[in-house]
Ligand binder design. Structure first.
Ligand code: ADP
Length: 309
């Protein structure tokens, strides 16, 4: 008996995508991953900034660190992987930029701020600041891979990646897509609830075998006009985490309302208020950060990930 003929011989059973379409998509993904490896190989230091909860100052730390590194003469790129709450355009003084340029060869040109920090953010591509990004996990994974594959970071020595809070798709994709990720930098605040969740983030990094470069505690205290200190959110959490996970505590940044004003204006607060306690603490954190990151040896740390010889 003759078997019934399929009208489309390449079609998968169930009427989904044809095998040919699936194979083509897989080929495209492999090609993009190859480009990611090639581009990332040119950047010696790649650090993802992670926080367990929102509102602890992770984006403020990423933007300030990028500008502090730039003022030290480093070439810095920032990849804003916080698709649902991209704040890097505002904090780096690039909120007026609308859209990213692409060259004829298909490469994406980052926006550059007055300090020379290069930025790629979905926030630069939205029709308005209020427009939401409604993407599922798979789409975010694709966006991360494609933006990393096609962006020309133009000689960046450092790539800082601003991650959304938590330990979900974006964090996993960054850890698995970027070969030789130098490590995670953890930002937290002293509250009990933050402490519990940040421990999950530290355990996540350890499980993925990504080095934890350091922990920064933000909003650690408030210095009153009479010089006394108020521990508004509690005390001692960062020391506890640093000890438990054997991670260096890079510093404890006080609460200072001028930080909010400066970040909203897209200017580095440590240059605006260089005599403030927060600026001094922050610059010491930036110095330690460079020391730790560069001691990892840049490109020689490329053993992990899917990098090809
Ligand atoms: P996250 O990225 O963790 O969600 P943000 O970096 O967006 O948090 O910070 C939340 C808000 O808190 C911002 O307006 C920021 O300017 C402000 N902020 C961050 N750190 C401090 C601080 N130490 N003192 C005062 N305001 C701060």
């Amino acid at each position: 008996m003759a078997l019934p003929q399929r009208s489309n011989p390449g079609a998968a059973p169930g009427g989904g995508q044809s095998y040919r379409e699936i194979a083509e998509r897989m080929k495209k993904v492999q090609e993009e991953q190859r480009l990611v490896v090639e581009r990332m190989r040119r950047i010696p230091y790649k650090v993802a900034v992670l926080s367990a909860k929102g509102g602890v100052g992770k984006s403020f730390v990423t933007a300030s660190l990028a500008m502090a590194l730039a003022t030290m003469g480093k070439v810095v790129g920032v990849f804003d992987a916080d698709f649902h709450g991209p704040s890097m355009p505002l904090m780096l003084g690039l909120s007026q930029v609308k859209g990213l340029l692409a060259r004829d060869d298909g490469s994406i040109v980052p926006a550059v701020n007055v300090y020379g920090v290069r930025l790629v953010s979905v926030g630069l591509m939205l029709p308005s600041e209020e427009a939401p990004v409604i993407w599922r996990g798979a789409l975010k994974t694709t966006a991360i891979r494609q933006l990393l594959a096609y962006t020309d970071w133009e000689g960046a020595e450092y790539l800082l990646i601003d991650l959304p809070p938590g330990t979900g798709d974006e964090q996993l994709t960054i850890a698995q897509t970027i070969p030789g990720l130098t490590g995670f930098l953890l930002v937290t605040m002293p509250s009990e609830v933050s402490k519990i969740v940040v421990k999950k983030a530290a355990a996540f990094a350890q499980k993925l075998n990504v080095p934890l470069l350091g922990i920064i505690e933000n909003m650690s205290y408030f210095r009153c006009p009479d010089g006394s200190i108020q521990y508004i959110f509690g005390k001692g959490a960062a020391e506890e985490i640093a000890k438990e996970f054997n991670v260096p505590l890079l510093g404890q940044i006080p609460i200072d309302p001028r930080i909010r004003e400066a970040t909203d204006a897209g200017v580095p607060f440590f240059l605006e208020y260089p005599d403030s306690e927060a600026a001094k603490v922050f610059l010491e954190i930036a110095r330690k950060f460079v020391e730790i990151v560069e001691s990892k040896g840049g490109k020689s740390n490329n053993a992990r990930g899917s990098e090809q010889p």
